[in-house]
Design a protein around this ligand. Structure first.
Ligand SMILES: *Cc1c(COP(=O)(O)O)cnc(C)c1O
Length: 405
């Protein structure tokens, strides 16, 4: 394989080699700088997707890069049979920001969900002296593709070919407290939900709902698991989205922006849960929390602090909301906006896949959520001028598509 093939040759080769689990956009990305990505032909794209809410610091952040390079020169991996300093430092920073007490590092969001499910089941097992507990999950949720995570993902289309899945999962409607209460039995050990539903179409939890679920959990000693994999890490305008409400989870998951491109996730819990939960022999991982990802997480938290990312999101997000609202008012094909912070969705009656593809021709990357939502999850370092440029490019796209479709 030559080093500078043209775009179509790369795509043809990829389609021969890679398992066809994605219908990819015809874009071969080469490098990134700030909030821009560049393809192998040298075209620039303003990025409002951040690798699906991962690259919170944008691309090629100097401090992040230097920390990774330094750790590469020192030590990449040790296994969890030994201690390592970078992950201890990383743990301290995540626990400090979340006010949780215990953390387990994983290699992905999906694995964080697996761990959270096991942690909840083990807690109930210790408390009750027997297994056989149930979990309540939400319709239109997304928690990952492994069998456990898929079992709590409220999407029949994703689940159907892989049944039977993990038993003991019941589904309720997000933002409908009564529907959750209706699924509670004396076997319920946990309620799992995203604080802001992402893949399902960008739905923030309503205050009465999430606080009502918290009260229900308190009353019945049910564990509240909040999935912060997409909405966490400053995106909502608080470090973790649940910090926008008067609630705290018993278990939470984190991933995506946690390593800003280095694959790492985590599940966290309070000491009260940890006391009855996973013990030696119950759970493990070979890679999880190795020195390399420890250095990455640590550097991400340092940069978040240095750049005061959370305040920056609070400043830029209202401007993004305002500009999106103006666009919704202007175009008949756009019908509603919702979201929190720099996690926004706009309902669109044009085929959203076509809109996403056409924005690429305008030098803009925007992704979709669900079947009819344009999703805006940019790097958290975007400026108001980037928002203006995005709106301009999206407007051009919509004008072109409204004429041609
Ligand atoms: C992306 C995502 C996951 C799965 O994370 P992976 O790193 O892809 O395994 C789980 N939950 C939510 C809310 C997500 O957005």
């Amino acid at each position: 394989m030559s080093n500078n093939m043209d775009k179509q040759s790369y795509i043809d080769e990829a389609e021969k080699e890679l398992l066809h689990t994605y219908n990819r956009f015809s874009l071969v990305l080469d490098h990134g700088e700030g909030v821009h990505l560049y393809d192998t032909d040298g075209n620039a794209y303003l990025d409002f997707a951040a690798g699906i809410a991962v690259c919170a610091l944008g691309y090629s952040n100097e401090h992040h890069k230097e920390a990774l390079k330094a750790q590469v020169d020192k030590l990449l991996h040790t296994s969890n049979l030994y201690y390592n300093a970078p992950v201890i430092e990383a743990a301290d920073k995540v626990l400090n920001a979340s006010k949780m007490d215990r953390i387990f590092f994983t290699n992905s969001g999906t694995e964080a969900i697996e761990g959270a499910i096991k942690a909840a089941k083990k807690y109930a097992f210790t408390r009750d002296g027997h297994a056989g507990h149930e979990i309540i999950a939400m319709n239109h949720s997304f928690h990952g593709r492994s069998i456990g995570a898929l079992s709590v993902t409220g999407n029949a289309h994703y689940q159907e070919p892989f049944e039977p899945l993990m038993p003991g999962v019941k589904f309720a409607d997000f933002n409908d407290l009564e529907s959750v209460k209706a699924q509670v039995t004396d076997k319920t050990c946990a309620i799992i939900m995203e604080t802001i539903q992402g893949e399902g179409g960008i739905y923030p939890a309503k205050k009465e709902f999430i606080e009502g679920v918290r009260a229900l959990c308190d009353e019945k000693d049910i564990l509240l698991i909040l999935d912060e994999i997409q909405c966490g890490m400053g995106r909502s305008g608080e470090m973790f989205a649940w910090q926008n409400y008067d609630v705290k989870p018993d278990i939470m998951t984190c991933a995506k922006a946690l390593g800003c491109g280095v694959p790492v996730g985590a599940f966290l819990m309070t000491q009260r849960v940890a006391d009855k939960s996973l013990a030696p022999g119950d759970h493990g991982t070979t890679y999880g929390g190795n020195p390399f990802v420890g250095a990455a997480v640590s550097a991400v938290f340092d940069e978040f602090k240095r750049l005061d990312i959370v305040s920056h999101v609070k400043e830029v997000a209202p401007y993004l909301e305002k500009r999106l609202d103006e666009l919704v008012a202007k175009f008949d094909c756009l019908t509603a906006r919702r979201g929190m912070g720099l996690m926004q969705g706009v309902e669109c009656s044009l085929p959203v896949g076509k809109v996403s593809a056409e924005t690429l021709n305008q030098g803009l990357i925007v992704i979709t959520a669900g079947s009819n939502v344009l999703r805006f999850v940019p790097p958290l370092v975007i400026e108001k001028s980037d928002v203006d440029e995005m709106i301009e490019k999206l407007e051009t796209t919509l004008v072109i598509l409204s004429k041609s479709l």
